[in-house]
Design a protein around this ligand. Structure first.
Ligand SMILES: *[C@@H]1O[C@H](CO)[C@@H](O)[C@H](O)[C@H]1NC(C)=O
Ligand SMILES: *[C@@H]1O[C@H](CO)[C@@H](O)[C@H](O)[C@H]1NC(C)=O
Ligand SMILES: *[C@@H]1O[C@H](CO)[C@@H](O)[C@H](O)[C@H]1NC(C)=O
Length: 351
C-alpha cells in the first residue's frame, strides 16, 4: 500500500531535519571559515581581530573597520590606516595621515588631536613596540613632558638608534626654517637648550616613557613616529626610517589553549558581546569551552534551537496524519542525533 502523499512529505521533512539541523550540540561543529575571517582590500582580518561583532578577542573589539576597501583602526586619538597585519609576529603597521615625516612637517599651534592614545581597558592587549620612536615636535616649556624629572633631566632619548639628532636633519625642516625661525643647533635634539630657557624643538621618546601620546595634552605642535624592523641602522639617517606606528598585540596565555581547542572542534574563536568572556562559536550554538562539550553551551537562543527543530518535525508528521510513521520517526531522530549522519541513509520510510 502506498502511503499518503502527506506522509511522503513528512518523511522528506524528517530526512531534511536529520541532514541539515545539528539536532544536539553534541555533534561537533564545522563553522565555515568565513564566519569570523574576512578580507578588507587585500588584508586578511582574522583572529584576534575581526570585522564582525562577537568575533575576535574582546580586548581588540570595536577596533578595525573596513571603509571603502581600506582597513582602519579606530582609537580615542583618531583613525589610522592599517598597512599590514603580521600574524606570525603579532604586529600591526599603522599610518597616521596627520603625522610629520622626513619630507613634510604637519604642525599646528594647538596641536592636532592625533598621536596615539588607547582606551585604558585595551592597554593590556595592544601597544606600540618598544623600538618604535615617537618624536614630539615643538612642545612648550610648560609641557608635562618636561616636568617632574629630577634636575630637569629630560625624558628625550634615542630609541633603537632613532632620535631627534637625525630627524632634525630632514629636508622637512628646511622649509620650516626658511620661514625665518632659528635653525636647530645640535643641542635642540636633547634639550640641552633648556639652560637657555628654550625647550627642545624635538623630543624622542619610547612608548613606555609616556604611555599616551596626546599631542595637545603634551602641549606640542605635532609628532612623528618611526620604527625599525631590523637592528641595523638605516642608511641615510632619518630619510631612511620607516614612518608609521608599529604596534603589537598580546593575549592572555589562557586564551591560547581555549582557542586551540575551539578550532580543533570546528569552532571559531570569539567573545561574548556583553561579558566579553571567550566564546567558541559552534554554528548555531555557542560554547564556553569547545564545540564537543555541549555541557558548556553558553546561555542564549542556542539551547532552545534543537528542541525547536525536533518539535517542528513532530508537528509536521502529526499534521500529515500518519501516526505510525510519527512514532517510527521519533525514535529515528534520536538515533541520528547520537550517532552519525551516515545513519540518515537508514532514516527512510518503507515506500
Ligand atoms: C553566539 O555568539 C555570537 C557572538 O557573541 C553571537 O553573535 C551569536 O548570536 C551567538 N549565537 C547564539 C546562537 O546564541
Ligand atoms: C587629549 O588631551 C586633551 C587635553 O587634555 C583632552 O581634552 C583629550 O580628551 C585628550 N584626548 C584623548 C584621546 O585622550
Ligand atoms: C643618538 O643618535 C645619534 C645618531 O646616531 C648620535 O649621534 C647621538 O650621540 C645619540 N644620542 C644619544 C643621547 O644617545
Amino acid at each position: 500500500m502506498a502511503p499518503p502523499r502527506s506522509c511522503q512529505l513528512a518523511a522528506l521533512l524528517v530526512i531534511c531535519a536529520c541532514t541539515v539541523a545539528p539536532l544536539a550540540p553534541a555533534a561537533a561543529a564545522s563553522v565555515p571559515i568565513t564566519t569570523c575571517r574576512s578580507f578588507c582590500g587585500n588584508i586578511m582580518v582574522d583572529y584576534p581581530f575581526a570585522l564582525h561583532p562577537g568575533c575576535g578577542h574582546a580586548g581588540l573589539r570595536d577596533l578595525l573597520f573596513c571603509i571603502n576597501g581600506a582597513l582602519m583602526l579606530h582609537l580615542p586619538s583618531g583613525s589610522y590606516r592599517v598597512l599590514d597585519v603580521d600574524y606570525a609576529y603579532r604586529g600591526l603597521t599603522l599610518h597616521d595621515p596627520a603625522m610629520s615625516d622626513c619630507r613634510a612637517l604637519d604642525r599646528t599651534p594647538g596641536g592636532r588631536g592625533n598621536g596615539f592614545v588607547l582606551e585604558p581597558w585595551r592597554e593590556p592587549y595592544l601597544s606600540p613596540d618598544p623600538d618604535n620612536v615617537f618624536l614630539l615636535l615643538g612642545c612648550r616649556a610648560t609641557s608635562p613632558l618636561f616636568q617632574g624629572f629630577p634636575d630637569r633631566h629630560l625624558p628625550c632619548r634615542n630609541v633603537s638608534g632613532m632620535g631627534c639628532g637625525d630627524f632634525l636633519a630632514c629636508p622637512a625642516w628646511d622649509d620650516y626654517y626658511a620661514g625665518g625661525r632659528r635653525p636647530p643647533g645640535d643641542d635642540a635634539a636633547y634639550g640641552d637648550a633648556v639652560g637657555t630657557g628654550a625647550p627642545p624643538e624635538c623630543c624622542a621618546v619610547p612608548w613606555a616613557a609616556i604611555r599616551a601620546v596626546n599631542v595637545s595634552r603634551l602641549e606640542c605642535e605635532g609628532y612623528s613616529s618611526a620604527y625599525s624592523l631590523a637592528p641595523v641602522r638605516a642608511a641615510g639617517g632619518a630619510a631612511g626610517w620607516a614612518y608609521g606606528i608599529r604596534a603589537s598585540w598580546s593575549l592572555p596565555e589562557s586564551n591560547r589553549g581555549f582557542c586551540g581547542a575551539c578550532r580543533a572542534t570546528g569552532g571559531a574563536c570569539g567573545h561574548d558581546m556583553e561579558s566579553h568572556a571567550d566564546l567558541c562559536l559552534c554554528g548555531d550554538w555557542n560554547s564556553t569551552s569547545n564545540c564537543d562539550s555541549s555541557a558548556d553551551a553558553a546561555p542564549s537562543g542556542a539551547a532552545a534551537r534543537s528542541p525547536d527543530a525536533v518539535a517542528a518535525v513532530r508537528w509536521a508528521v502529526l499534521a500529515s496524519g500518519c501516526l505510525p510513521v510519527h512514532f517510527w520517526c521519533r525514535i529515528d531522530i534520536t538515533v541520528v542525533a547520537r550517532l552519525e549522519i551516515k545513519l540518515v541513509v537508514d532514516c527512510g520510510f518503507p515506500f
